[in-house]
Design a binder for this molecule. Sequence first.
Ligand code: FUL
Ligand code: CA
Length: 643
Amino acid sequence: MDFSRRRFLATSAVATAALGADAAQAARPKLGEVGAPAPSGAVPSERQWKWHGHEMYAFIHFAMNTFTDKEWGYGDEDPKWFNPTDFNADQIVAAAKAAGMRGVILTAKHHDGFCLWQTQTTEHSIRNSPYKQGKGDIVAEMSEASRKAGMLFGLYLSPWDRNHAEYGRPAYIDYYRTQLTELCTRYGKLFEVWFDGANGGDGYYGGAREARKIDAPKYYNWPSIVKLVHELQPDACTFDPLGADVRWVGNEDGVAGDPCWPTMPNRLYEQAVGNSGLRGGELWWPAETDVSIRPGWFYHADEDSKVKTPARLIRLYDESVGRGTNLNLNLPPDRRGRIADQDVKILTSFGDAIRATFARDLAQGSVAHASATRGSRFAAANVLDGQRETYWSTPDAVLTPTLTLDLAPGTRFDVVRLREFLPLGVRVTRFAVEAEIDGQWQRIAEKECIGAQRILRLPQPIAPRRVRLVVLEGSAAPAISEFGLFASVAPVDVPVIVSTDPSVLDTTKWSVVSASAPHAEVLLDNDAGTIWKQPAPQPGQPANVTVDLGAPTRLGGFTLTPSRQVMADSAPPKGYLAETSLDGKTWTRAAAGEFGNIAYALSTQRIAFPAMVETRYLRLTFAETALPAGKLAIAGIGGFIAR
Ligand code: FUL
Ligand code: CA
C-alpha cells in the first residue's frame, strides 16, 4: 500500500486531457551559435533553464504547527497561538546561505489555513495574532531578508485549507486565486511557487468538522492556476501537478532516481515514473527533491537529536543535486522564529564542505581533445571553461564520441561532475567515465543520463594521466558543457545533542529487552531513516517491543515516529497499548488508544500519559496497521517527562 500524499492526486483523478504543454511552447534561450546542433526532444522553457541553475534552496516550514507541536493542523487553531518570541528573518536566511542554498521557499499558508501575511481574504491570519500586535507580516520580512542577502525568494501556498468553510466548493477556488494574487503582487520577484498535493480529507471547514473529498485536477484546474502565476511572475517555476514547471521526485527522503530524467510522459503524475522520469518523454518536467533536515517538516524540540548529520547531508546532495534535480532542503524555524543552533552548526559544516570540494576544478589545467568536434566553436575545451552556456559537440552523425582530458601531472580527484547543455534537450542516453592508470584504461563509472548535472563520487582518490568521457549511446550528437574533476573535502562532524527541551529523554541510554521482530534497536538510534519492519500484526498476534530505560525514570509519555519513506506494502501502527513496569515482570497499563491521522501525515505522535509514572521498563504493543498492508513499519520511539 502506497500511502504518500501524492496518492491523493493520482487515485482521485479521472483521465484528464494532456495539460503540460507549457514547457514545449515557451520561448527558448538563444542557442547562440551558427551551426549549432538542433534541439532533440523536449527542451526546457526559459524559466526552467534558469531554475536548473539554482540547484539548492531551503524550504522554510514555519506556521501554526510550530506552536502546536503538530505536522498537520486541523484548521480550528486560535490565531493567538502564533507568537514567535524572537523572530529573525535575517538569521533564517543566513542559515540557508551558510549551507550554500541560493534561496528560500516559505510556507505562507499550510494545510490549517493560517496565513502568515497581511491578507485581506481571511481573519484566520497573523492579523489576529499577538505577533507585532497583529501588524506583523512574516512573508514581507522573509522576502526582504532574502533580497538583502542576495537570495531568491519563493512561496508555498497550500491548496488544501482545513479552515475554510467553502473548501471543496467553487467559492474556495476564487479565494485561493485571490490569495495567490496577493502573494504574487506584493512581495517582489518569486522564483518558485509550491502547490502541495496533500489532501487528507477531514478538517474544521468553518465549523462543519467533516471530511471533504475533491477530485484534485478537476477541482483546482491547475493549468489555469499555473497561468495566473506565470502572468504575475514570469520567472516563477510552479511545483508540481501536471501543467506545472517542476515535478515531485516521488519521495520525501531526498533520493532522486538513478537515472533521473528531466523528461516525463504528458499524463497525470505517477510516483514511480516521477522518481526516475522517462527517457524521451514528451514533457520537460524536471524533478525537485524535497526533504527535511529533521524527521518532521515543522520544528519539534524532541527532534533536536535527530537533525541529519553533515555527512548525511552530503549524501543527500549527491543523490539529488548530483542526479540533476534541485534540492529543496527544509529548515524549520523554532518557536523563537529562528533556526536552532544545532541545525545552524550542521548546515555550516555541510556548506563549508561543499564549497571547499567544488571551489577548484582540477580539470582546468588539463588539455581536452575529442574523437570528433563540430568545429572550433564547439571545441572540446568548452567543457573546461566553467560556463554552462558553452559546450563541446560533434557532427550530427556522431552519436558516440569520446572526450579525453590529459591531466596536469599529480592531479588527484575523487569527484567527477558532468553537465549537458540542456537547451538542446537530453542527448546522452548512456555514458562511461574511464581513467588511464598505469597505462591501462579502466572504467570507473557507467551510468544513464547526464542532464543538468551528474556527480560521480569515487570510493577513493585517483591520480590518472588521462581521463575520458565515453558516450555509449545517444539520441543526438552530444552537447556537453562541463567535465569537471574535484577533490572532496569531508565535513566537520557536529556532535549529536539530546534536546534543548529538558523534558525530552535521551533514548540512546535505552536498550531493547525483547521485541516481536529483530533489529528493534533501530527504534532508539535517533535516525528516522532506519526502520523496524515486520509482518503486519494479525488478530491475537500483536507486534510489541519492550525497552529498558536504564534506571527508574519519571515518564510522562512516549513518542512514536512512523517511517516517512514511501514504501510499498507497509504502514505505521493504528494504535497502541503502553505499559510500564519497575521490575520487568509486573506490568501496569499507562495508556491505550489510536494515533491521530498517522497514516497520511506520517508525523511523530506524542502521547501523554494521564499522569506521570515512575518506571524502569516501557512495553508498547501494536495490534494492527493504520492501513491494510503486508508489513508494519516504525522509525523510532522516545519518551518525555512532562509537557
Ligand atoms: C506534504 C505536506 O503534507 C507536508 O506537511 C509538507 O508541507 C510537505 C512539503 O508536503 O505534502
Ligand atoms: Ca562550458
